[in-house]
Ligand binder design. Sequence first.
Ligand SMILES: C[S@@+](CC[C@H](N)C(=O)[O-])C[C@H]1O[C@@H](n2cnc3c(N)ncnc32)[C@H](O)[C@@H]1O
Length: 283
Amino acid sequence: MIPEEQNKALDAWQTSARYWDKYRVLIAQMFAPLTSGLVEEARIGIGQEVLDIGGGSGEPSLTISCIVGPTGSVMYTDPVVGMVETAQAEAGRRRLTNIHFRQCSADDLPFADRTFDVAVSRLSAMFFVDPVTGVREALRVICENGFVSFVVWGPKEANPFFSTVTDVIDRFVEVPRQNPDAPDIFRFALPGKLAGILENAGAKNVIERQLNFQIKAAIPFEQFWQLRTEMSETLREKMAGLTPAQLPTIKQAVADAARGYFVSGTMNFPAEALIVSGRKSSA
Ligand SMILES: C[S@@+](CC[C@H](N)C(=O)[O-])C[C@H]1O[C@@H](n2cnc3c(N)ncnc32)[C@H](O)[C@@H]1O
């Protein structure tokens, strides 16, 4: 990615930070199965030193800080200052003392070799500027035989939480042809793609697991619509290109498409993610 595109992407995340903070309780609830999956795959337990890469509004760092307990610690990282600030403020509200914060990008981690036991990343690897360098960096800073685990979204077709909105909007706006290797939520949806990067980066025992779960929360369609259109930069950009007259039509079409996922005021979408893990080889 050229530096100009990179800055634009980080500016977009900076704008997103306030929405990720606004919806933090829902985000924690909706994506909790992904955190559990990462914790299990990376064998995280009491007393470990854990690195979280691209921690956003604070997950999985906040959950992991409770799992590792006072004898362990978590290093939260994210390149976007707004994300770091919201995560740090939440850790303060919860009075967590075993979690530390650094503003940095995955491809240039400011830590010595073998600083951590484990490195994890939830829903962030798709946005790394250079995923091979990002994975190499994660492996560099963990101890020999330590685990790295990344969770990424599976294919769009298996994730109606996203596609019910984008499929409708894309009928109204021109969608530029996408480079499959450009940062995007579905960049690593293809089985084997991220696993191949881990292997190229030198990880051993690379395993890819498909995680099927439900994105559940007690919210009606209206709140889902608000959450989706605020949190995603891609959607904010597309919505800005619509005429005011198009908006109600689109919202109604999305409501119709999403009807089956809202029962008695509760949202319940099937979802699919991939958890890709490996271990650092002995020198
Ligand atoms: C979809 S959010 C996920 C946040 C959080 N881990 C979660 O699951 O709620 C993606 C995060 O990746 C971060 N990110 C973007 N580019 C990155 C990079 N080059 N290195 C590390 N993180 C990056 C963004 O700032 C954002 O916080």
